[in-house]
Design a protein around this ligand. Structure first.
Ligand SMILES: Cc1cc2nc3c(=O)[nH]c(=O)nc-3n(C[C@H](O)[C@H](O)[C@H](O)COP(=O)(O)O)c2cc1C
Length: 176
């Protein structure tokens, strides 16, 4: 379960240009490792997040379809890039551009996942913020059962209109 008790605030924490927020997860998404910058930004102590799901930092402004895409990619053995707004322990938030990849053993079997997050381009966040707001609204209007299908359909339409793949869309925004 994601945390319900933290009241999100409008206080933003900005990543520095050379920051990388790194974490590793097992096949169920439970955190098995993180670097110090993860602890710094999330505001949690290592003892509070090791063994917990990554949704510990899930922000209520995030549309569910983004995580659906993330898990679809990972479960089909692909990496994904995604802009993610995360919730800190004190209710503030931080935006990241995450690159999440499956980790494989010597035989090529997926044994976990690895996320490296860097500072997103503020121009990208200016595009993503209203988009996620729209997707979240679509999910709310569609109701729990149809939420993800409805927002994914909207995302598909947007990408079709632009004539680009999801990955191209994300990486082009970072290059703005
Ligand atoms: C390696 C890895 C890193 C992740 N990083 C984040 C993250 O930084 N923030 C986040 O909200 N979800 C992250 N997730 C996705 C979560 O596992 C989860 O799907 C998401 O928070 C939605 O949670 P919910 O379905 O319980 O609402 C990550 C997953 C993996 C495998």
């Amino acid at each position: 379960m994601a945390r319900q008790h933290t009241q999100p605030t409008q206080q933003e924490r900005l990543m520095r240009d050379d920051d990388f927020i790194v974490s590793k997860a097992d096949l169920k998404g439970r955190i098995t490792y993180s670097n110090q910058v993860f602890a710094e930004f999330s505001g949690f102590l290592e003892s509070e997040f090791i063994g917990k799901q990554h949704n510990l930092v899930r922000h209520p402004d995030m549309p569910r379809c983004v995580f659906k895409l993330l898990w679809q990619h990972l479960e089909s053995g692909q990496e994904i890039f995604a802009y993610i707004k995360n919730l800190c322990k004190d209710g503030s938030f931080y935006w990241v551009l995450a690159n999440v990849t499956p980790s494989r053993d010597a035989q090529g079997k997926v044994v976990g996942y690895y996320s490296v997050r860097r500072k997103p381009n503020p121009k990208a966040i200016a595009v993503i913020t209203p988009l996620y707001k729209q997707l979240l609204q679509i999910e709310k209007n569609a109701g729990a059962k149809d939420a993800i299908a409805a927002s994914l359909a909207q995302m598909d339409n947007l990408l079709k209109d632009k004539g680009v793949s999801y990955e191209r869309f994300i990486l082009d925004l970072q290059a703005l």
